[in-house]
Design a protein. Structure first.
Length: 247
């Protein structure tokens, strides 16, 4: 039985569930996330090492801190966060993805990650609170983005940090993320994204503020076709990341 929650769109869950077996295949349907991961991790680590007092020279600089990875999928971000010392709770509405994530964590050095089937709302019901909350490539798939960010804020302890990642709603993102990635290059199955649900940075920031979070950083990501990787940029017209803190 799949979990239900206020933020969950069952149609979106079913679309990703059909691809769940390929989460850790770098050449499969989640190839774009594998290519994005190094750039996303650099941003996350830069933000969190700046925000929290920690020894950047340590192999586990975030030991003693807790982190929630909302809509974690197969664990592409949860695993490196656990290796960096966070006590990680990773949750997704897709039980197939969680099964894949648990199996991979067990075979990748016995990582201790608290994987759960559910939603951010279900974590709130458990009275869980975290030092950091991640919501990467998920807000464009939820039913109510403003309510979803309210949930993320409620999951944060005072002084906690939030990091989100999504796609801007621009002609450039339609051309690259829909036409290019889904139809021409076939990096993603057709229908993976609905351009109308992409979130403009101004909308993201406004909803963060309404949720009681203070935005502190915005950064775009630019795909480099010559190297096949992603680089930081000031251009927010397609992919971008946002960081915010809770006072």
């Amino acid at each position: 039985m799949k979990a239900t929650g206020d933020s969950i769109d069952p149609t979106e869950v079913a679309r990703f569930s059909a691809q769940a077996a390929g989460w850790w295949d770098p050449a499969g349907s989640f190839r774009p996330l594998h290519r994005l991961n190094p750039a996303r991790l650099r941003f996350i680590c830069e933000v969190l090492t700046t925000h929290f007092p920690c020894d950047e020279r340590s192999l586990r600089p975030f030991s003693g801190l807790s982190l929630a990875d909302i809509a974690c999928g197969g664990g592409l971000i949860a695993e490196p966060m656990a290796r960096l010392g966070f006590a990680v709770t990773a949750i997704d509405a897709d039980e197939e993805a969680i099964a894949v994530a648990r199996e991979h964590a067990a075979t990748a050095g016995g990582l201790d990650i608290d994987y759960r089937v559910g939603s951010g709302e279900s974590l709130l019901q458990d009275n869980a609170r975290f030092d950091a909350v991640l919501a990467l490539e998920v807000i464009e798939h939820v039913v109510d983005p403003a309510a979803f960010l309210g949930t993320c804020s409620s999951l944060l302890k005072p002084g906690g940090a939030f990091i989100g990642a999504t796609l801007n709603r621009t002609p450039q993102s339609f051309a690259l993320a829909i036409v290019g990635a889904e139809y021409l290059l076939r990096w993603l199955p057709r229908g993976t994204h609905d351009w109308r649900r992409f979130v403009r940075p101004s909308e993201f920031v406004l909803n963060l503020r309404r949720a009681g979070l203070k935005p502190v950083r915005l950064q775009g990501l630019h795909y480099r076709p010559t190297t096949g990787d992603w680089a930081p940029t000031d251009d927010l017209s397609v992919n971008y990341l946002v960081a915010a803190v809770k006072s």
